[in-house]
Write a protein that binds this ligand. Structure first.
Ligand code: GDP
Ligand code: MG
Length: 673
């Protein structure tokens, strides 16, 4: 609205006055533009004043205003004393932050018409101006029934209408009487007394609305009086006194300075056009008009307008942050940036809006703040989300680096770290960091919280920890498997190569010892990993099964046909080809080869059945509950079936026969020499 350039009809430069209300009582759309660009008053806050003028037609009102304020209001031509136009004009006092309002119109009272406009302009003046100049000829003073007193009655009446609620009324208006053509010898104070007593009489005769019955004229008005000499007859004196009067409006250090704080209507300059417009609209439509309500409405309107403008700038300022956050980035100093943008938005709002109706302003400020916060909350949540994601990644990476560092180490060496300690340290570090990042984002005057996100992060860290724990356990299990396998590889061969009565009991003893040793490592690790007892029991049971499986597999390798034949042959050779002292036999004629061979073969006959199965007899107690209950060890001890044993015996027989024949032959050869 204010940017709209006015159409200026005059050729000699821009007009400094504006017809704010035209003959058809329309309110000008250019008021805003003039306030801002022509008069430069829009940014002055409360630092401006306003004067209006009142009085019968052709009493020299416009002439006076022009003389006092350097304005250029139209003055009625001497020759054409019939002025027909009416309207309300505004201008700015030359070089001052003062708005001047001039009313133009037919003198309805004298012509018996249109007192309506007079009433309307009186209302409008009282609602806006601090000082109301009441212009009258000296010879009108004391004419109680004259036009001027009629006008003042109107002023008083409409004034009461403006302040329905006595409590909400603040300040006063200065009625400043300017007595023109003061030519008589009557001193000013006497003229003033006459006017005052007339005013009191009018006031007492006024019917006052409910609630204001007992109010006094001085509750609403202060009075000032000044007189000026005849402009045409005493031009020098007129000029001199007009200059003195001018200073009372222009110079705040003047002891008679008219603009007292209490007269100010407290309408911030940037809201003045809107205020004036809504007041006029009410006046024209004859609706109830009370100033406090109008000021509240203005405050709502302006606060919204100010907030909207401020919010737009705020939205522009934070816009670049959104894509950054959406791409998963953590924005540096986001908390500070948000605080800064919000602070700026609030400061700008406060600067302009705080001048308006206090309650409305406070309420609107809350709304404004809530809107800013709602916008910032999105950034806050996005950053929190990114921070949580980043934390998980950090946790995973740091643990992988730490825990993975020993995965390549040899199977037999235990890990050089304590899992629980490493995880705890990493998790604390990550959570602390997250909380710190989140805390830095919390702005004052918000109910923002990140506890839910922190809890969720903690949960997710636990899930990752569990995964890593599982991996760690698997790693250990693999390591233990390898260890028992390598132990069994050596031990089983050694033990089985001595097929004696206690062979199986030695194997089982070895098995139990190896397991016990490795289980210690498992228990140690479980303690470090905080593995609960039932889970540990399960792990141990599983380990024992695996271990047994490894043992069983190893023994089956050792009892394959090939290995059994080798073993049997070695045994036979040990018994047949070597004597009791372990010295190789040299068969001589007459030696009892058949007898020796028979003895050896007889002892061999017991060896094959020894390998028929892993004999667990004698270990019943130790094996009771050793394996998980689902495991029946008797299903995992068979080695050589009876058929297999027969087949082996048969194949071995041939080898034995060959050995026997070789022995016999060696005697023959020796004899032949
Ligand atoms: P307005 O209708 O009240 O605004 O009066 P104007 O300012 O238009 O003046 C009306 C006429 O009165 C003009 O012809 C002026 O020259 C004349 N006039 C202005 N000031 C004075 C004054 O102080 N004394 C006298 N006698 N005439 C004046
Ligand atoms: Mg005039």
């Amino acid at each position: 609205m204010d940017s709209k350039s006015p159409t200026i009809a005059v050729n000699n430069g821009p007009e400094t006055q504006l017809q704010v209300i035209d003959e058809d009582q329309n309110f000008s759309e250019q008021f805003h533009y003039y306030m801002k660009h022509v008069w430069g008053l829009a940014d002055r806050g409360f630092d401006y004043n306003m004067v209006a003028v009142f009085g019968s037609q052709s009493t020299g009102k416009s002439t006076l205003l022009n003389r006092l304020f350097g304005t250029k209001f139209a003055v009625m031509n001497e020759k054409a004393r019939k002025q027909t136009t009416k309207g309300i004009w505004f201008s700015q006092a030359s070089g001052q932050n003062v708005l001047i309002m001039d009313v133009e119109g037919t003198d309805g009272r004298e012509r018996g018409e249109d007192q309506e406009f007079e009433r309307k302009s009186a209302l409008f003046s009282l609602a806006t101006a601090e000082v109301l100049l009441v212009n009258m000829w000296e010879n009108m003073v004391g004419l109680y029934n004259g036009a001027n007193m009629g006008l003042l009655k109107t002023v008083f009446e409409v004034n009461l209408q403006l302040f329905h609620d006595r409590n909400s009324r603040k300040g006063k208006t200065l009625l400043f009487f300017v007595i023109r053509d003061h030519v008589s010898k009557t001193p000013l104070n006497q003229l003033a007394d006459t006017i005052k007593s007339d005013l009191n009489r009018i006031w007492s005769e006024l019917s006052k609305p409910e609630g204001l019955e007992s109010c006094q004229i001085n509750d609403f008005f202060d009075f000032g009086f000044v007189s000026l000499p005849h402009k045409l007859l005493q031009p020098d004196q007129f000029n001199q006194q007009a200059d003195a009067l001018r200073l009372r409006f222009a110079d705040p250090s003047n002891p008679q300075y008219v603009f007292k704080q209490q007269y100010h209507k407290m309408i911030p300059a940037d809201g003045f056009p809107k205020y004036a417009e809504s007041i006029w609209e009410k006046i024209v439509s004859n609706r109830d008009l009370d100033l406090p309500t109008q000021q509240e409405l203005l405050a709502q309107y302006r606060c919204d307008e100010i907030a909207a403008a401020v919010f737009e700038a705020f939205a522009d300022a934070i816009r670049p942050l959104k894509p950054l956050l959406e791409s998963g980035r953590l924005v540096d100093n986001l908390g500070e940036q948000m605080d800064h943008h919000r602070h700026t938005a609030l400061t700008h709002f406060d600067k302009n809006a705080s001048r308006y109706h206090h309650e409305v302003y406070s309420r609107k400020r809350k709304e404004h703040l809530a809107k800013l916060n709602a916008e910032l909350l999105l950034l806050f949540l996005a950053q929190i989300k990114n921070a949580a994601k980043r934390s998980l990644q950090l946790f995973r990476d740091s643990l992988k680096k730490r825990l993975g560092s020993t995965t390549n180490s040899s199977a037999s060496s235990p890990p050089d770290y304590d899992f629980a300690t490493v995880v705890k340290a990493a998790s604390t570090k990550v959570l602390d960091r997250f909380n710190e990042q989140a805390r830095a984002l919390i702005l004052e005057d918000t109910d923002w919280s990140y506890t839910a996100e922190a809890e969720q992060l903690e949960q997710e860290l636990l899930v990752i920890t569990d995964q890593l724990k599982e991996e760690e356990i698997k790693r250990l299990q693999r390591r233990l498997e390898k260890m028992v396998q390598s132990k069994f590889t050596e031990e089983v061969a050694t033990l089985l190569n001595e097929p004696k009565e206690d062979m199986w009991s030695n194997v089982l003893r070895m098995f139990l010892d190896v397991n016990e040793f490795e289980e210690k490592a498992l228990r140690r690790m479980a303690q470090g990993l905080d593995v609960p007892k039932p889970e540990l029991d399960r792990l141990i049971g599983q380990f024992r099964l695996t271990s047994w499986e490894a043992l069983y597999t190893r023994i089956r390798e050792e009892t394959s046909d090939q290995m059994m034949l080798v073993r049997l042959r070695t045994c036979l050779e040990d018994r047949f080809r070597y004597d009791e002292q372990g010295i190789p036999r040299v068969w001589r004629p007459g030696d009892d080869i058949d007898g020796q061979f028979g003895v050896a073969k007889e002892s061999m006959a017991k060896v094959i059945p020894l390998f028929s199965k892993i004999d667990v007899d004698g270990f019943e107690l130790e094996l009771e509950g050793y394996f998980p209950s689902s495991f029946d060890i008797t299903d995992h001890i068979e080695l050589l079936s009876p058929t297999k044993q027969k087949e082996l015996a048969k194949r071995f027989q041939r080898e034995a026969d060959a050995l026997y024949l070789e022995a016999k032959r060696s005697v023959v050869v020796t004899t032949a020499k």
